[in-house]
Design a protein around this ligand. Sequence first.
Ligand code: ADP
Ligand code: MG
Length: 493
Amino acid sequence: MTQARLASCIPLPLEHKLLVSVIEKAKDWALMHGVGMRDRKNFTKDSIQIAPFVLLPSPFPRTEFTKAVELQPVLNELMHKVAHDDEFLTCTLENALQVDEFTANLFDIWVKVRDEGMAQPISLGMLRSDIMLESRCPHTENQCAKHTPYCSWKQVEINSIASGFGHLGPVSREIQSYILRQLGQPELIKNMPANLALSGLCSGITEAYDLFGVPRAVILFVVEEVSYNICDQRFHEFEISEKRPEIMIYRRTLTEIYDETTLNDKKQLILDGHPVAVVYYRSGYEPAQYPSAKEWDARLRVERSTAIKCPSIHYQLAGTKKVQQALAAPGVLEKFMGAGAATGRVRDIFTGLYSLDFDENGERAVDMALADAERFVLKPQREGGGNNLYGSDVREALLRMRHSRERAAYILMERILPPLVAGYVVRPGAAVPPPLTDLVSELGIFGVIIGTKDKIYCNRQAGHMLRTKLADANEGGVAAGLGALDSPYLLDL
Ligand code: ADP
Ligand code: MG
């Protein structure tokens, strides 16, 4: 089957000399405006290099973009309810916990803290729903009634921890606007939607800070040992520092939190003599695959404290792949959202999601995937990219795990097939000009929600980001070096 296509916003290829000169300008713009990352190969804190970016914005249908933006508060509220439904989380994760140590450790902390009584009822959710256009049409075999190169969009996953790109999302729009101006096409910029992700996410943090309401309190960003995605992280700090100069922000690893914090008799988390108001797991923070005992202890201390956590541990559990799959099962959305129109809108964004538990449904899913492995993605309970299996690996893994308990730690998901767009990807250290290649995009919509189990203080959509990768790459993490920064160019089809 030939994959559907969307046309680029200006006809390609660009003439060689023009292309080389605009890339040279764009690279300098990137370095001087924080479109950057630290170099993984020659790491130094003294410099950054350009982050990979797509030269021109990628087309995305306006109606589908608007639909995604409008749906975000509904998804925020759904995640909030799921995170606060103890019974649902327990039942849903039960089998995965037996075989997935990471999720089991999170779960143990949650149970411990709940049994002691939660010191902080307020949660700060900074979510990112990742979606892809689906070019296949479920209604008829090859023919969409709409006659467009896409049929709808589908959710890839919803992230509840470390939803990065609050800075890199908006700045991608700025660099591509600059490039369009250099190409003599400034009138196209109006088709790139405004993106207020950075201020939107940061005001979520400061609103939580204000709800904490303790003078001299500080904000704590939890960072990894070595930060490659430094621009995205630091710009959040710069933004808060500019808007709220009185608030101090600390950056600490979990190990440092273990060594440097205490809980006082009011269960305040104390760092450097200050109570911590908000603990924020940094954008792009990849939870270590195997945190040390100290790191788990630090996490437990944070969860026990009065600090408002982003995310709190039940939010992180709500963001697992297993929960996403359970939400797609018949009747589950209705339980959380009732039977109204919003439930139908959410159901429409799910693609086929199947449990691999040892029961009738699980067996059926295994058979279905073995019969046509190319149609599926196999996902473990992990975040941060590079863990999923595709194509022949799905088959191999299922044959290996078929009779082993390990299987319950995975979910099976139908593979989304987005339309192709031709484009140029500019990468650090790569030859200029790059070849014209076929690309596919993944749109992330940010949401902020603050509330307790019974009361929601704020719930809104907060900007977006677009990541684009080579059409034949399975995954497209930008920090992992596979994807590239991009932004949507809205099409009226
Ligand atoms: P992670 O937690 O590792 O980010 P994701 O579910 O987002 O896990 O998967 C990682 C990447 O794999 C996605 O960004 C996307 O590029 C690709 N991917 C995941 N699920 C699908 C799917 N159902 N169809 C097509 N691509 C997918
Ligand atoms: Mg992802």
